[in-house]
Design a protein around this ligand. Structure first.
Ligand code: TNX
Length: 488
């Protein structure tokens, strides 16, 4: 029980684990549930246990895993990463494991926790901790914001990243798809965005883009692991790639030059350019149509060259387009200066620029995701001299990534409006998968527990010993991590 990260609320297990001969055949008994979902759960279990697993089988399995809902009915809402229905209970008995949740998210978390309770001792034996877990996340939204615009990360690497996130019961992968240096999602309406913007990157970084087919596949892979993909098209700043690919977005109609540096805040789109609002309407409507999840991020950060009036026009137009398309808009904290629709979610990141509007928005009920640059920006080095990462805010050690409270991190914020936490990875200087995971691990485990486990149940040395033990799994999976950050 104490080996599960993030730490569950409650659990009781027999001291001596039960041993049984392997291989064990698991079968999933969710007769009432959606078949597609049964397949997804089976895949998830197969990936963890490397065993033949059958769905809805009354076969000769000697161990049955049952996925049930508290009222015995099928979980009706099949979208993963629901903000509701993430609680789960597990009971492990000699011949039957039951995972109970009112939503599919909870079933996934049950499987993830099960991984720590039912283990292969060797090729001939399994060890099972018999007992129960009763668990639910403290914060509903637990994400990673991943920049694939400055430097592209291809499908196979994004899938490996999703696996790491699933292990730690994250439920959101927020992809920063566009910026000055590149445009990473194919658009049917504006193909030149990726024909040009898919071939550029920050100096030293990789270019590339996701096709529409990749997008469908990536969301399905994430969904099978309980994760919703939240796409971000960043406007009205961070738009040089669009200005390069679409001359009509520029004043005077001449395309902007390609940009491959690491500066921020210089590019912008214009209210007075005729093509701008139609572009926003089309690109965000299209994005909403191809996105399975409920949330669309529209950036809104660091629009340093945009006047307050223009900012309001562009951001309010975009939020309306997203809302009209049936989605919930999410934007970086700068959007607090605009008039926000009730549902809009603010993402707080820069503790040095917390305008009073953020607290005012919170007082009237606007929800936030907390991503402080001194706690969860993992493009920051974990210590001076690490040799990778930036430090424009500070270095962030594992302990600093762990010991903080999202509900009180931003002054003036109503704690009840805090929806969740996101770690963030920016890729101006992170250009390959090994550097990426070295910066993310072990700190990603810290943010996971910050979001999952209530503050009063978190304890640093206990956490540290759990992640030290888990680092063996990362090693076995061939995932590079920062060993020095696991010291005491
Ligand atoms: C700030 S965080 C940014 C990004 C940079 C990052 C570098 C945010 C909303 N904007 O554009 O990549 O700092 O750490």
């Amino acid at each position: 029980m104490s080996s599960i990260t993030p730490l569950p609320r409650q659990g009781e297990f027999s001291e001596i684990s039960h041993r049984r001969p392997a291989p064990v055949q698991l079968s999933i008994d969710i007769a009432e549930a959606n078949e597609v979902y049964a397949d997804r759960l089976a895949q998830h279990l197969r990936a963890i246990y490397d065993l033949p697993i059958m769905t809805n089988s009354e076969s000769d399995s000697n161990l049955v895993v049952r996925f049930v809902t508290p009222d015995g009915k099928t979980a009706v809402d099949l979208e993963p990463a629901q903000l509701e229905g993430q609680e789960y209970d597990i009971t492990i008995d000699v011949s039957e494991i039951t995972i109970t949740s009112s939503g599919v998210g909870g079933w996934h978390y049950g499987i993830t926790a099960l991984k720590n309770l039912v283990k292969t001792v060797n090729s001939g034996t399994w060890s099972m901790s018999l007992g129960t877990v009763s668990d639910a996340p403290d914060l509903a939204w637990r994400g990673l914001s991943m920049d694939i615009a400055r430097s592209f990360f291809p499908m196979d690497e994004l899938k490996r990243l999703i696996d790491v996130l699933a292990t730690y019961r994250y439920n959101v992968l927020h992809l920063h798809l566009t910026d000055d240096q590149g445009w990473r999602l194919e658009s049917a309406a504006f193909p030149t965005l990726t024909e040009l913007g898919g071939t550029t990157a920050v100096d030293g970084g990789r270019s590339g883009f996701l096709t529409q087919a990749d997008w469908v596949e990536l969301q399905a892979v994430a969904a099978a692991r309980g994760i919703t993909v939240v796409p971000e098209i960043d406007i009205p700043g961070h738009t040089n790639a669009a200005l390069n690919a679409l001359p009509e977005l520029n004043k005077g109609g001449v395309a902007a030059e390609v940009y491959t540096g690491a500066d921020v805040g210089f590019s912008r789109i214009f209210t007075e350019v005729e093509a701008t609002l139609p572009f926003l309407t089309t690109i965000f409507t299209e994005l909403a149509q191809v996105t399975d999840g409920r949330y669309i991020h529209f950036g809104g950060d660091e629009a340093l060259e945009v006047s307050a009036e223009d900012y309001t026009v562009l951001v309010e137009h975009t939020m309306k387009v997203i809302t009209d398309a049936g989605k919930v808009p999410v934007g970086w904290q700068e959007i607090a200066s605009a008039t926000l629709h009730d549902d809009v979610i603010m993402q707080l990141w820069n503790r040095r620029q917390n305008p009073p509007e953020i607290a005012e928005q919170s007082k009237i009920g606007r929800r936030s995701i907390i991503s402080p640059s001194n706690r969860s920006y993992f493009d920051m080095s974990s210590r001076p001299g690490q040799g990778i990462g930036v430090n424009w805010d500070t270095e962030i050690s594992l302990r600093e990534a762990y010991e903080w409270d999202p509900r009180s991190a931003v002054s003036g914020l109503d704690p009840d409006t805090v929806l969740g936490v996101e770690a963030a990875m920016w890729t101006e200087f992170v250009h390959d998968f090994d550097t990426l995971t070295t910066l993310l691990l072990p700190r990603l485990a810290a943010t996971a527990e910050v979001g999952w486990t209530p503050l009063e149940s978190r304890e640093w040395t206990n956490f540290l010993s759990r992640v030290q033990a888990e680092s063996v799994d990362w090693h076995d999976a061939g995932i590079t991590f920062d060993k020095d950050d696991l010291g005491d």
